[in-house]
Design a protein around this ligand. Structure first.
Ligand SMILES: NC(=O)c1ccc[n+]([C@@H]2O[C@H](COP(=O)([O-])OP(=O)(O)OC[C@H]3O[C@@H](n4cnc5c(N)ncnc54)[C@H](OP(=O)(O)O)[C@@H]3O)[C@@H](O)[C@H]2O)c1
Length: 194
């Protein structure tokens, strides 16, 4: 089974963005040390245009070969005129309204999101699936998530877009690792207890 990993940036109080989803205030914590970590451990989570700007677009994928995002999250790239923000991965976008994919590398999932994710998880392969967000799709896929990688930035929002846009339910995870950075960022990895 391939793992579905929710790799996500959030505030100390668990918000992935302001009430509209904007997480721009976290970007300033991506300093030299943190960028070196991303390049070494998770190069495929840096969008293609960002990799190009950093001169690292030839870095091989380390953990994931597939990405899933909701249309809300994909819209951010579309608004910038980028139709394939993760061209180095197989891209899936959940949407019932995007009738046609804007890019040959992007497949739209319109029906049976959970079924499609189960199908992807059942494929052979050493690489996992990167669940990018946002909140709504993470909420819908919560039961399918095998791993959480939570980048916590030293900010309190008080309110905002939650990590999971779903109702109350308890799921248990085991802490696998914690990495701390000089600028007070934390990256915690949890595996799902089944
Ligand atoms: N902090 C971070 O690391 C991080 C990472 C990613 C995103 N974000 C933020 O998250 C925000 C977006 O989150 P969001 O919750 O508004 O939206 P989202 O989860 O990205 O996307 C929601 C959309 O996905 C589609 N969808 C949901 N369930 C579906 C299903 N079962 N089948 C088919 N399509 C389905 C629908 O698209 P249609 O309306 O087209 O049907 C829905 O409107 C952005 O503002 C972004 O900044 C933050």
């Amino acid at each position: 089974m391939r793992k579905l990993t929710y790799f996500i940036a959030c505030s100390i109080d668990g918000f992935i963005g302001d009430p509209g989803g904007d997480g721009t205030s976290m970007v300033r914590f991506v300093d030299e040390e943190f960028l070196a970590f991303l390049k070494a451990e998770y190069p495929e989570t840096v969008p293609t245009h960002g990799r190009r700007a950093l001169g690292v677009d030839d870095l091989p994928n380390k953990r994931f070969d597939t990405i899933i995002q909701g249309r809300g999250s994909y819209d951010l790239a579309l608004k910038e005129g980028v139709t394939s923000p993760y061209a180095h991965l197989r891209e899936y976008v959940a949407s019932r309204t995007l009738k046609e994919s804007p890019d040959p590398n992007v497949e739209i999932i319109a029906d049976d999101l959970v079924g499609k994710v189960r199908e992807l998880k059942a494929e052979d392969g050493d690489f996992g699936i990167y669940l990018c967000g946002g909140a709504q799709i993470a909420g819908e896929l919560r039961d399918e998530i095998d791993e959480l990688v939570i980048k916590t930035y030293p900010l309190v929002y008080g309110a905002g877009m939650p990590m999971f846009g779903s109702g109350f339910a308890i799921s248990e995870f085991a802490l696998e690792s914690v990495r701390t950075f000089g600028n007070d960022v934390l990256v915690r990895t949890y595996s799902r207890k089944r």
